[in-house]
Design a protein around this ligand. Structure first.
Ligand code: SF4
Ligand code: ZN
Length: 382
Protein backbone atom coordinates (compact mmCIF):
# COMPACT_ATOMS: atom_id res chain seq x y z
CA UNK A 1 0.00 0.00 0.00
CA UNK A 2 1.35 3.44 -0.90
CA UNK A 3 1.92 6.14 1.70
CA UNK A 4 -0.97 8.11 0.22
CA UNK A 5 -3.33 5.14 0.47
CA UNK A 6 -2.25 4.54 4.07
CA UNK A 7 -2.80 8.19 4.89
CA UNK A 8 -6.26 8.11 3.34
CA UNK A 9 -7.12 4.91 5.21
CA UNK A 10 -6.08 6.37 8.56
CA UNK A 11 -7.94 9.60 7.88
CA UNK A 12 -11.16 7.71 7.11
CA UNK A 13 -10.83 5.52 10.22
CA UNK A 14 -10.17 8.52 12.46
CA UNK A 15 -13.22 10.26 11.04
CA UNK A 16 -15.32 7.16 11.70
CA UNK A 17 -13.98 6.96 15.24
CA UNK A 18 -14.89 10.59 15.86
CA UNK A 19 -18.42 10.08 14.62
CA UNK A 20 -18.87 6.99 16.78
CA UNK A 21 -17.56 8.70 19.94
CA UNK A 22 -19.99 11.58 19.32
CA UNK A 23 -22.81 9.37 20.59
CA UNK A 24 -21.32 8.93 24.06
CA UNK A 25 -23.13 10.24 27.12
CA UNK A 26 -21.25 12.74 29.28
CA UNK A 27 -19.97 11.59 32.66
CA UNK A 28 -22.36 12.79 35.37
CA UNK A 29 -21.26 15.87 37.31
CA UNK A 30 -22.16 14.00 40.50
CA UNK A 31 -19.26 11.57 39.99
CA UNK A 32 -16.05 13.42 40.81
CA UNK A 33 -13.88 10.40 41.46
CA UNK A 34 -13.71 6.63 41.73
CA UNK A 35 -11.28 4.68 43.87
CA UNK A 36 -10.06 1.17 43.27
CA UNK A 37 -7.18 -0.78 44.71
CA UNK A 38 -5.08 -3.35 42.90
CA UNK A 39 -2.36 -5.75 43.96
CA UNK A 40 0.94 -5.22 42.18
CA UNK A 41 4.64 -5.57 42.79
CA UNK A 42 7.47 -3.04 42.87
CA UNK A 43 11.20 -2.79 42.54
CA UNK A 44 13.99 -5.25 41.91
CA UNK A 45 12.76 -7.47 44.73
CA UNK A 46 9.23 -7.58 43.23
CA UNK A 47 7.77 -6.74 46.62
CA UNK A 48 3.95 -7.11 46.58
CA UNK A 49 2.09 -3.87 47.37
CA UNK A 50 -1.41 -2.52 47.23
CA UNK A 51 -1.94 0.32 44.78
CA UNK A 52 -4.70 2.88 45.36
CA UNK A 53 -5.99 4.21 42.07
CA UNK A 54 -8.01 7.40 42.14
CA UNK A 55 -9.69 8.29 38.87
CA UNK A 56 -10.94 11.88 38.82
CA UNK A 57 -13.40 13.45 36.40
CA UNK A 58 -12.15 15.72 33.62
CA UNK A 59 -13.59 16.92 30.33
CA UNK A 60 -11.98 13.79 28.86
CA UNK A 61 -8.86 12.98 26.89
CA UNK A 62 -7.89 15.60 24.32
CA UNK A 63 -6.55 12.94 21.98
CA UNK A 64 -9.76 10.97 22.24
CA UNK A 65 -11.64 14.08 21.08
CA UNK A 66 -9.46 14.05 17.99
CA UNK A 67 -10.55 10.50 17.10
CA UNK A 68 -7.61 8.75 18.74
CA UNK A 69 -7.48 5.95 19.83
CA UNK A 70 -9.54 3.18 18.18
CA UNK A 71 -10.00 1.09 21.35
CA UNK A 72 -10.38 3.64 24.14
CA UNK A 73 -13.41 5.03 25.93
CA UNK A 74 -12.19 6.43 29.18
CA UNK A 75 -15.15 8.77 29.48
CA UNK A 76 -15.93 12.26 28.36
CA UNK A 77 -17.39 14.91 30.63
CA UNK A 78 -18.57 18.50 30.88
CA UNK A 79 -16.04 21.21 31.69
CA UNK A 80 -14.91 20.91 35.30
CA UNK A 81 -14.50 23.32 38.18
CA UNK A 82 -10.89 22.58 39.19
CA UNK A 83 -11.55 23.43 42.84
CA UNK A 84 -14.44 20.96 43.10
CA UNK A 85 -12.32 18.13 41.72
CA UNK A 86 -9.26 19.12 43.78
CA UNK A 87 -11.36 19.18 46.99
CA UNK A 88 -12.86 15.77 46.24
CA UNK A 89 -9.46 14.19 45.56
CA UNK A 90 -7.91 15.84 48.63
CA UNK A 91 -10.67 14.45 50.86
CA UNK A 92 -10.19 10.95 49.46
CA UNK A 93 -6.41 11.07 49.62
CA UNK A 94 -6.64 11.97 53.28
CA UNK A 95 -8.15 8.50 53.91
CA UNK A 96 -5.28 6.66 52.26
CA UNK A 97 -2.46 5.57 54.58
CA UNK A 98 0.70 7.63 54.39
CA UNK A 99 3.61 6.15 52.43
CA UNK A 100 1.22 4.20 50.15
CA UNK A 101 1.34 3.53 46.42
CA UNK A 102 -0.99 6.09 44.81
CA UNK A 103 -2.07 6.25 41.18
CA UNK A 104 -3.86 9.42 40.08
CA UNK A 105 -5.73 9.04 36.84
CA UNK A 106 -7.64 11.56 34.76
CA UNK A 107 -9.37 10.24 31.62
CA UNK A 108 -6.22 10.64 29.56
CA UNK A 109 -3.01 12.54 30.26
CA UNK A 110 -1.99 13.92 33.65
CA UNK A 111 0.33 16.42 31.95
CA UNK A 112 -2.15 17.71 29.37
CA UNK A 113 -3.13 21.25 30.41
CA UNK A 114 -6.27 21.06 28.29
CA UNK A 115 -7.49 18.12 30.35
CA UNK A 116 -5.90 18.77 33.74
CA UNK A 117 -5.65 22.56 34.14
CA UNK A 118 -2.37 23.68 35.77
CA UNK A 119 -4.18 24.99 38.85
CA UNK A 120 -5.77 21.57 39.38
CA UNK A 121 -2.47 19.73 38.91
CA UNK A 122 -0.81 22.02 41.42
CA UNK A 123 -3.50 21.34 44.02
CA UNK A 124 -3.43 17.59 43.38
CA UNK A 125 0.34 17.53 43.89
CA UNK A 126 0.03 19.55 47.12
CA UNK A 127 -2.54 17.05 48.47
CA UNK A 128 -0.37 14.16 47.42
CA UNK A 129 2.68 15.66 49.14
CA UNK A 130 0.75 15.61 52.43
CA UNK A 131 0.42 11.82 52.12
CA UNK A 132 4.12 11.43 51.26
CA UNK A 133 3.42 8.42 49.02
CA UNK A 134 6.19 5.89 48.64
CA UNK A 135 5.23 5.49 44.98
CA UNK A 136 3.21 7.81 42.75
CA UNK A 137 2.10 6.67 39.30
CA UNK A 138 0.19 8.43 36.56
CA UNK A 139 -0.35 8.12 32.82
CA UNK A 140 0.36 10.70 30.18
CA UNK A 141 1.03 10.92 26.45
CA UNK A 142 4.75 11.07 25.63
CA UNK A 143 4.13 14.34 23.76
CA UNK A 144 3.29 15.96 27.13
CA UNK A 145 6.44 14.92 29.00
CA UNK A 146 7.96 18.41 29.05
CA UNK A 147 10.92 19.03 31.38
CA UNK A 148 9.00 21.66 33.40
CA UNK A 149 6.13 19.20 34.06
CA UNK A 150 8.50 16.44 35.15
CA UNK A 151 10.39 18.90 37.34
CA UNK A 152 7.19 20.17 38.97
CA UNK A 153 6.19 16.69 40.14
CA UNK A 154 9.74 15.87 41.22
CA UNK A 155 9.91 19.06 43.34
CA UNK A 156 6.48 18.37 44.91
CA UNK A 157 7.38 14.76 45.80
CA UNK A 158 11.16 14.69 46.28
CA UNK A 159 11.24 11.43 48.27
CA UNK A 160 8.68 9.52 46.20
CA UNK A 161 9.38 6.95 43.54
CA UNK A 162 7.72 8.46 40.46
CA UNK A 163 6.29 6.16 37.80
CA UNK A 164 5.09 7.41 34.44
CA UNK A 165 2.91 5.13 32.38
CA UNK A 166 2.99 5.66 28.63
CA UNK A 167 0.48 4.25 26.14
CA UNK A 168 2.93 2.74 23.66
CA UNK A 169 0.31 0.19 22.48
CA UNK A 170 2.63 -1.30 19.84
CA UNK A 171 6.34 -0.95 19.22
CA UNK A 172 5.56 -0.99 15.49
CA UNK A 173 4.91 2.61 14.52
CA UNK A 174 2.67 1.66 11.60
CA UNK A 175 0.46 -0.60 13.73
CA UNK A 176 0.29 2.11 16.39
CA UNK A 177 -0.75 4.68 13.81
CA UNK A 178 -3.11 2.63 11.67
CA UNK A 179 -4.62 0.00 13.97
CA UNK A 180 -4.71 2.00 17.19
CA UNK A 181 -5.01 5.35 15.36
CA UNK A 182 -2.41 6.80 17.71
CA UNK A 183 0.00 8.90 15.66
CA UNK A 184 2.79 8.97 18.25
CA UNK A 185 6.10 8.67 16.37
CA UNK A 186 8.85 6.42 17.66
CA UNK A 187 11.01 9.49 18.15
CA UNK A 188 8.50 10.94 20.60
CA UNK A 189 8.69 7.78 22.73
CA UNK A 190 12.49 7.92 22.79
CA UNK A 191 12.48 11.63 23.65
CA UNK A 192 10.01 11.12 26.51
CA UNK A 193 12.03 8.18 27.83
CA UNK A 194 15.22 10.24 27.87
CA UNK A 195 13.51 13.16 29.63
CA UNK A 196 11.89 10.86 32.20
CA UNK A 197 15.25 9.23 32.83
CA UNK A 198 16.91 12.62 33.38
CA UNK A 199 14.31 13.38 36.07
CA UNK A 200 14.70 9.98 37.71
CA UNK A 201 11.27 8.55 36.86
CA UNK A 202 10.54 4.89 36.40
CA UNK A 203 8.52 4.13 33.28
CA UNK A 204 5.83 1.67 32.26
CA UNK A 205 5.09 0.85 28.63
CA UNK A 206 1.42 0.00 28.16
CA UNK A 207 1.13 -2.51 25.33
CA UNK A 208 -2.03 -3.94 23.85
CA UNK A 209 -2.92 -7.45 22.81
CA UNK A 210 -5.52 -7.57 20.02
CA UNK A 211 -5.70 -4.23 18.18
CA UNK A 212 -8.17 -3.22 15.49
CA UNK A 213 -7.52 -5.02 12.22
CA UNK A 214 -4.97 -7.46 13.62
CA UNK A 215 -5.61 -11.19 13.36
CA UNK A 216 -4.96 -13.02 16.62
CA UNK A 217 -1.70 -14.27 15.19
CA UNK A 218 -0.60 -10.76 14.18
CA UNK A 219 -1.75 -9.39 17.54
CA UNK A 220 0.20 -12.00 19.49
CA UNK A 221 3.39 -11.39 17.54
CA UNK A 222 2.96 -7.65 17.84
CA UNK A 223 2.51 -7.83 21.63
CA UNK A 224 5.53 -10.09 22.01
CA UNK A 225 7.75 -7.80 19.95
CA UNK A 226 6.26 -4.76 21.70
CA UNK A 227 7.37 -6.14 25.04
CA UNK A 228 10.84 -6.87 23.69
CA UNK A 229 11.15 -3.53 21.87
CA UNK A 230 10.06 -1.31 24.75
CA UNK A 231 12.22 -3.30 27.17
CA UNK A 232 15.25 -2.87 24.92
CA UNK A 233 14.50 0.86 24.53
CA UNK A 234 14.75 1.29 28.29
CA UNK A 235 11.20 1.26 29.72
CA UNK A 236 11.49 0.01 33.28
CA UNK A 237 8.36 -2.14 33.06
CA UNK A 238 6.10 -3.60 30.39
CA UNK A 239 2.37 -4.00 31.01
CA UNK A 240 0.11 -5.88 28.59
CA UNK A 241 -3.57 -4.99 28.20
CA UNK A 242 -5.68 -7.54 26.28
CA UNK A 243 -8.31 -5.41 24.55
CA UNK A 244 -12.06 -5.40 25.05
CA UNK A 245 -14.75 -4.09 22.72
CA UNK A 246 -16.00 -0.84 24.23
CA UNK A 247 -19.10 1.12 23.34
CA UNK A 248 -18.46 4.47 21.68
CA UNK A 249 -15.27 3.32 19.95
CA UNK A 250 -14.40 2.19 16.47
CA UNK A 251 -13.18 -1.11 17.87
CA UNK A 252 -16.56 -1.61 19.57
CA UNK A 253 -18.38 -0.86 16.31
CA UNK A 254 -16.16 -3.27 14.38
CA UNK A 255 -16.84 -5.96 16.97
CA UNK A 256 -20.59 -5.40 16.62
CA UNK A 257 -20.13 -5.87 12.85
CA UNK A 258 -18.57 -9.29 13.48
CA UNK A 259 -15.19 -8.10 12.15
CA UNK A 260 -13.14 -8.28 15.36
CA UNK A 261 -13.03 -10.53 18.40
CA UNK A 262 -11.26 -9.89 21.68
CA UNK A 263 -8.19 -12.06 22.21
CA UNK A 264 -8.46 -15.27 24.18
CA UNK A 265 -7.13 -15.16 27.73
CA UNK A 266 -5.13 -18.22 26.71
CA UNK A 267 -3.23 -16.01 24.28
CA UNK A 268 -2.30 -13.80 27.20
CA UNK A 269 -1.15 -16.87 29.14
CA UNK A 270 0.91 -18.04 26.20
CA UNK A 271 2.46 -14.57 25.94
CA UNK A 272 3.40 -14.63 29.63
CA UNK A 273 4.91 -18.09 29.24
CA UNK A 274 6.88 -17.12 26.16
CA UNK A 275 8.21 -13.92 27.71
CA UNK A 276 9.07 -15.73 30.96
CA UNK A 277 11.01 -18.28 28.93
CA UNK A 278 13.00 -15.52 27.24
CA UNK A 279 13.47 -13.23 30.23
CA UNK A 280 12.61 -15.14 33.40
CA UNK A 281 14.85 -14.81 36.42
CA UNK A 282 16.62 -17.73 38.11
CA UNK A 283 14.05 -17.89 40.92
CA UNK A 284 10.83 -18.68 38.99
CA UNK A 285 10.03 -14.95 38.77
CA UNK A 286 9.32 -13.09 35.56
CA UNK A 287 8.89 -9.45 34.81
CA UNK A 288 5.76 -8.80 32.77
CA UNK A 289 2.75 -7.02 34.20
CA UNK A 290 -0.81 -7.54 32.99
CA UNK A 291 -3.93 -5.44 33.41
CA UNK A 292 -7.61 -5.23 32.44
CA UNK A 293 -7.87 -8.92 31.60
CA UNK A 294 -11.24 -9.38 33.29
CA UNK A 295 -13.31 -6.17 33.06
CA UNK A 296 -16.99 -6.36 33.96
CA UNK A 297 -19.38 -6.40 31.04
CA UNK A 298 -21.60 -3.32 31.23
CA UNK A 299 -22.51 -0.08 29.50
CA UNK A 300 -18.96 0.47 28.25
CA UNK A 301 -17.33 -2.96 27.97
CA UNK A 302 -19.41 -5.02 25.54
CA UNK A 303 -17.07 -7.97 25.01
CA UNK A 304 -13.95 -8.89 26.94
CA UNK A 305 -10.98 -11.19 26.50
CA UNK A 306 -12.44 -14.62 26.25
CA UNK A 307 -12.48 -18.21 27.36
CA UNK A 308 -15.35 -20.56 28.24
CA UNK A 309 -17.29 -20.76 31.50
CA UNK A 310 -15.46 -23.96 32.45
CA UNK A 311 -11.95 -22.51 32.45
CA UNK A 312 -12.74 -18.86 33.16
CA UNK A 313 -12.77 -19.01 36.99
CA UNK A 314 -9.46 -20.84 37.08
CA UNK A 315 -7.83 -18.63 34.44
CA UNK A 316 -8.98 -15.39 36.04
CA UNK A 317 -7.82 -16.53 39.47
CA UNK A 318 -4.42 -17.54 38.11
CA UNK A 319 -3.99 -14.22 36.26
CA UNK A 320 -5.00 -12.33 39.41
CA UNK A 321 -2.34 -14.27 41.32
CA UNK A 322 0.21 -13.36 38.67
CA UNK A 323 -0.82 -9.72 38.96
CA UNK A 324 0.34 -9.68 42.58
CA UNK A 325 3.14 -12.29 42.42
CA UNK A 326 4.91 -13.03 39.14
CA UNK A 327 5.52 -16.71 39.84
CA UNK A 328 6.38 -18.93 36.90
CA UNK A 329 4.93 -21.98 38.67
CA UNK A 330 1.41 -20.54 38.30
CA UNK A 331 1.98 -20.48 34.54
CA UNK A 332 3.32 -24.05 34.57
CA UNK A 333 0.12 -25.21 36.28
CA UNK A 334 -1.96 -23.50 33.61
CA UNK A 335 0.00 -25.21 30.86
CA UNK A 336 -1.09 -28.58 32.26
CA UNK A 337 -4.79 -27.63 32.14
CA UNK A 338 -6.89 -29.81 29.78
CA UNK A 339 -10.50 -29.72 30.92
CA UNK A 340 -11.81 -27.68 27.94
CA UNK A 341 -10.80 -26.88 24.38
CA UNK A 342 -9.92 -23.18 24.94
CA UNK A 343 -6.13 -23.61 25.11
CA UNK A 344 -6.11 -25.59 21.83
CA UNK A 345 -8.47 -23.16 20.12
CA UNK A 346 -6.16 -20.29 21.04
CA UNK A 347 -3.16 -22.26 19.75
CA UNK A 348 -4.94 -22.90 16.44
CA UNK A 349 -5.69 -19.22 15.97
CA UNK A 350 -2.07 -18.39 16.64
CA UNK A 351 -0.86 -21.03 14.20
CA UNK A 352 -2.98 -20.00 11.18
CA UNK A 353 -3.72 -16.85 9.30
CA UNK A 354 -6.23 -16.23 6.55
CA UNK A 355 -3.71 -14.91 4.04
CA UNK A 356 -4.70 -11.31 4.64
CA UNK A 357 -2.91 -8.59 6.56
CA UNK A 358 -4.18 -5.92 8.90
CA UNK A 359 -4.08 -3.45 5.99
CA UNK A 360 -6.64 -5.61 4.14
CA UNK A 361 -8.82 -5.85 7.24
CA UNK A 362 -8.62 -2.12 7.98
CA UNK A 363 -9.59 -1.38 4.39
CA UNK A 364 -12.61 -3.63 4.82
CA UNK A 365 -13.53 -1.78 8.00
CA UNK A 366 -13.31 1.54 6.17
CA UNK A 367 -15.48 0.24 3.32
CA UNK A 368 -18.04 -1.24 5.73
CA UNK A 369 -18.25 2.04 7.63
CA UNK A 370 -18.59 4.14 4.50
CA UNK A 371 -21.27 1.80 3.15
CA UNK A 372 -23.19 2.04 6.42
CA UNK A 373 -23.24 5.85 6.42
CA UNK A 374 -24.05 7.05 2.93
CA UNK A 375 -24.20 10.85 2.90
CA UNK A 376 -22.84 11.24 6.44
CA UNK A 377 -19.16 11.08 5.67
CA UNK A 378 -18.40 14.74 5.98
CA UNK A 379 -20.46 15.70 9.04
CA UNK A 380 -17.36 16.41 11.07
CA UNK A 381 -14.58 18.72 10.02
CA UNK A 382 -11.49 16.79 9.03
S1 SF4 B 1 -5.55 5.56 24.96
FE1 SF4 B 1 -4.85 7.34 26.14
S2 SF4 B 1 -4.46 8.93 24.60
FE2 SF4 B 1 -5.70 7.35 23.61
S3 SF4 B 1 -7.81 8.11 23.84
FE3 SF4 B 1 -7.37 6.71 25.55
S4 SF4 B 1 -6.71 8.02 27.23
FE4 SF4 B 1 -6.54 9.21 25.32
ZN1 ZN C 1 -12.38 -22.99 28.38
Amino acid sequence: MTDTARHRLRHALVRANRQIRHGRELLPESTNLLVRSYPTWVGETMRPVKMYQIWFRTRGCTFDRAGQCSMCNYGVGPEIDPDVIADAVAARLALIPKRSFVYLSPSGSFFDDREVPPVLRERLLASLAERAPEHFAFETRPETCAPEMLGQVRRALPETELICQIGVESWDEQIRTLCHLKPTPQESLHRALAELGRHDYRTIANLTLGGLGLSHREAYRDALSGVAGSRAAGFTTQMVFPLSAKAGTLLGWVHAQGMWEPPSLWMLIRLLVEDARRNGGPDDRFDLHISWFNPSIGDVVQARPGCCDICRPLVVEALATIQSTPDRRVLDDLLRYDRCACPQLAEQKLAHDDGRTYLDRLTEVMERWEASRPGELHLLPS
